[in-house]
Design a protein around this ligand. Structure first.
Ligand SMILES: Cc1ncc(COP(=O)(O)O)c(C=O)c1O
Length: 436
């Protein structure tokens, strides 16, 4: 059982859950539940929550950690983080439903949707949400109307788009989906929304939000976003606005170590805190800080275990075919994410060049291996992927009529139970309209 945050935040890859799990546990579970299966570890979830909060303890104000439900909405995970006192970053009404059903309360949620419609704001207010993030003029009008129609006092954070990439970069337009720029010639900008908010009694503008990306390995993006925010505050004050920033939500992005030597949380948090503290000094009093996180909180707490079901040789390479594919770990194909990998049982074979081929009829279904070599990847062995707790099960899809694998949950006493049962083929058939 874990007490408090781990003493040393910098964790070498060798301390990753993947390598800490005893081989016989992984093998026994594969015999009981079959492969592929996901396993989520409660102790690692709790440790991550405490480590993230501890990493920001030098901030001069209050710090809260919010779990980004999008990373993994497994009810057991939501309940674990509720028990750790976390807030919840919720992006859709459907995620809100999961929170409500799992915990019985949505009071700790921050509702940050992309679409910001009247319908969803109304429903979220009816369900009990009181804090929203808004990043468009229409969104603000919709929230104001939804709150007024219900006679409910709600607050909102204004989502700024810190425009960290130039317009010549294709990501500029993709990122344009989120938030409002500080100043824009069309006039739909943060300065205008602050003015619009000042004319409303409700929702009350209590602070600001931005999100600079995921797996952010350098503090500079956060620092630049905070620079932009300070610019905005300077403009607003110069216009005579008495702007009080009670809450500052710096979004997600805290990094996870996938490959030895990757920067970790402790490499980037101190510089972010330094900049936050200088902003707080400028503001006069430190806003309550919200640090959101999906990946850091759950990635390392999950592994995906698969089995080598066939082998062939081609062009001097060994192809090891797995009983899983990107339908279970989409980012392996989508962003060519290199997950840490372990072959179980380990034995003394020499390293050899291996292609880890997924089971799907798609040439993109090949799992990237860091240096291209594995040890002992032979028929019947398990291939276990680490850091598989985030953005994995939420993307599971039924390509090739594949039912969803089970998600097992290992509690603080090391007992394993089924959190999400393996979907049966019959269930999938019926879901796909097989009975109609
Ligand atoms: C607004 C917002 N907050 C938090 C997150 C979580 O990011 P991460 O999982 O990298 O911590 C995301 C991810 O897309 C996001 O869009």
């Amino acid at each position: 059982m874990l007490e408090g945050p781990s003493a040393v935040l910098r964790r070498p890859l060798a301390e990753n859950l993947l390598f800490r799990l005893p081989a016989d546990v992984l093998i026994n579970l594969s015999e009981t539940y079959g492969t592929p299966y996901f396993l989520i570890d409660e102790a690692t979830l709790r440790r991550n929550a405490r480590d993230l909060r501890a990493a920001y303890s030098d901030y001069s104000g209050k710090v809260s950690v919010a779990y980004s439900v999008k990373a993994n909405f497994l009810p057991r995970i939501l309940r674990t983080f509720w028990g750790e006192g976390l807030l919840f970053d919720v992006a859709t009404l459907e995620e809100l439903y999961f929170l409500e059903r799992s915990i019985g309360s949505v009071e700790r949620s921050i509702y940050t949707s992309t679409t910001q419609t009247y319908r969803e704001f109304s429903r979220a207010i009816d369900m009990g949400v009181r804090r929203f993030v808004v990043g468009s003029s229409n969104g603000l009008r919709n929230l104001a109307r939804a709150a007024e129609d219900r006679g409910v006092k709600v607050e909102f954070l204004l989502r700024i788009n810190p425009e960290l990439v130039p317009p010549t970069d294709e990501r500029f337009y993709k990122m344009g989906k989120f938030g409002v720029p500080i100043v824009d010639e069309d006039g739909e900008d943060a300065v205008a929304l602050i003015e619009a908010a000042s004319e409303l009694e409700w929702p009350r503008l209590t602070g600001f939000h931005f999100h600079v990306g995921t797996q952010v390995t350098s503090p500079s993006k956060f620092v630049r976003a905070l620079d932009r925010l300070e610019e905005l505050i300077t403009i607003a004050r110069a216009e005579g606005r008495d702007l009080e920033v009670e809450v500052l939500d710096i979004g997600g992005g805290m990094p996870v170590i996938y490959t030895q030597g990757d920067p970790g949380l402790e490499d980037i948090a101190p510089r972010i805190i330094e900049r936050l503290n200088s902003l707080a000094d400028r503001l006069g009093s430190p806003p309550d800080l919200v640090v959101e996180s999906g990946r850091f909180l759950v990635a390392e707490a999950g592994v995906l275990t698969s089995r080598i079901v066939n082998i062939k040789r081609y062009a001097g390479l060994k192809y090891a075919f797995l009983d899983t594919g990107y339908h279970n770990l989409l980012d392996a194909a989508f962003v060519r994410q290199v997950y840490p990998i372990r072959v179980v049982p380990e034995d003394g074979h020499a390293e050899e060049r291996v292609v880890l081929a997924g089971m799907l009829c798609d040439s993109d279904d090949v799992f990237p291996i860091g240096n291209g070599v594995l040890r002992g990847a032979s028929l019947g062995k398990l291939v276990v992927f680490g850091n598989a707790g985030a953005y994995s099960t939420v993307f599971n899809m039924p390509f090739h009529a594949q039912p969803k694998p089970p998600v097992l949950f290992r509690d603080l006493n090391g007992n394993v139970s089924v959190a999400r049962p393996r979907e049966s083929l019959k269930e999938l058939y019926e879901e796909e309209g097989g009975l109609n």
